[in-house]
Design a protein around this ligand. Structure first.
Ligand SMILES: [Zn+2]
Length: 408
């Protein structure tokens, strides 16, 4: 290629790049930076993710803890680099130890992580770290790289590629829990965690101490703990660094003894917090799935693998060729839900009939999905579905039996 044409290509690339992007001032560093995501788009992203996150995990039912995170979070948002953002804070009902932030100002802490803080100052450090991801626009930068949606799905660990597609769309949001930022982003957020938590009056040395909890959790579970606890930079390095950053920032403060730790009030607040899996969201005992809150049960075939989340229950045969998914959602009518499924999964309907199950209106249909076979690629198995939709108590319950097969 001649130099001329290289120049031309470069110019065209640059041109098409700049038409979709804009140059903004980084709110934290003040440096000029290229972004593909505007502040309004960040807000839109957050507004569309938020209901999915809340539907997937559920909001943890404790008014005083929700009021606490809201109060502390808003106060910190006001002193942050982007005080104009309408920050929203929620404790979600998940036993996983994590905290995560979504563009547009949405910050979530799991009840699992709330159970592991020893005092308010540790909490405030992590809060500052998450707000830091928003103020430094890390998610927006990730989105610019098209990485936001590429999180690891929890369902992915269980289901085969073909069956996974039938999982709840909301499961995509689980990827957020496992979203990885770069090492630089994490370091910058640690720095902002120190800065923000100090600015609202907490001793950020406590934030450093929380990395020891993370270290213990990682070694106890034998696997890395996701997100805030992302293993890079490693918790031991972060421990040392955050102590140093705290020393630095605290030399600028006149009376260090005024910095808060608030151990007693924190431990009083979390008294009675649900710890570990919550049996009210369903559990399996002797190959029977029980949902005490929704008051139903059904058998799980012996030796099948299963996984429960607030929005769906999935079970899969040992050979991975069959699965049953159970979920509940909204919809105007059974017919409408059926049509939506047929379009979404590109199904060919084989049969359909209206049923009455224990006095409830139901619809049952069978369908095939035959994926397009692409040349030079491994053959995708086809799937056969038996779907039962039941209208009950304002929700549409969906039972989906899936079996995989290949044409010989
Ligand atoms: Zn982080």
């Amino acid at each position: 290629m001649s130099i001329q044409s290289v120049r031309l290509v470069l110019f065209v690339t640059l041109l098409s790049f700049t038409t979709n992007s804009c140059i903004v001032k980084d709110p934290v560093t003040g440096k000029k930076t290229v972004t593909l995501v505007s502040e309004a788009q960040e807000q839109q992203m957050g507004d569309s993710y938020n209901p999915q996150v809340l539907a997937e995990f559920g909001v943890y039912d404790d008014a005083k803890m929700q009021a606490f995170i809201e109060r502390e979070g808003k106060a910190m948002g006001r002193i942050s680099h982007r005080p104009q953002i309408n920050y929203q804070f929620k404790i979600v009902d998940s036993p996983v130890v994590n905290a995560f932030a979504v563009p547009g100002g949405y910050v979530y802490f799991t009840r699992g992580i709330m159970a592991h803080f020893n005092n308010e100052a540790e909490f405030a450090g992590v809060l500052g770290h998450e707000i830091g991801h928003i103020t430094a626009r890390h998610s927006a930068k990730q989105q610019s790289k098209q990485q936001l949606a590429q999180g690891l799905l929890i369902t992915g660990s269980l289901m085969s590629e073909t069956i996974r597609q039938y999982g709840q769309a909301a499961s995509q949001t689980l990827g957020l829990l496992f979203m990885k930022f770069s090492r630089d982003n994490e370091s910058q957020s640690d720095e902002l965690g120190v800065e923000y938590s100090t600015a609202v009056g907490y001793d950020s040395h406590e934030m450093a101490n929380f990395f020891q909890t993370i270290s213990r959790l990682s070694s106890a579970s034998g696997q890395s703990v996701p997100d805030f606890m992302s293993t890079h930079p490693n918790p031991d390095n972060r421990f040392t660094r955050v102590h140093q950053l705290s020393d630095n920032i605290q030399t600028k403060i006149g009376d260090k003894s005024k910095l808060k730790v608030n151990r007693k009030s924190y431990l009083q607040m979390i008294e009675g917090l649900v710890y570990g899996e919550d049996p009210r969201q369903g559990f399996v005992e002797n190959w029977m799935f029980y949902h005490p809150d929704l008051k139903f049960q059904f058998p799980v075939p012996t030796n099948w693998k299963y996984q429960n989340s607030p929005s769906q229950f999935v079970m899969q045969s040992e050979d991975g060729k069959g699965a049953i998914l159970m979920s509940a959602g909204s919809g105007n009518s059974l017919q409408e839900v059926k049509t939506a499924m047929i379009n979404q999964y590109k199904l060919t309907e084989q049969s359909s009939k209206n049923l009455n199950i224990n006095g409830l209106t139901a619809l049952e249909f069978t369908a095939l999905q035959i994926p397009e076979q692409k040349e030079g690629q491994a053959a995708q198995p086809s799937s056969k579905l038996l779907v039962t939709l039941i209208d009950y108590n304002g929700l549409i319950y969906k039972l989906m039996g899936i079996s995989l097969f290949s044409f010989q």
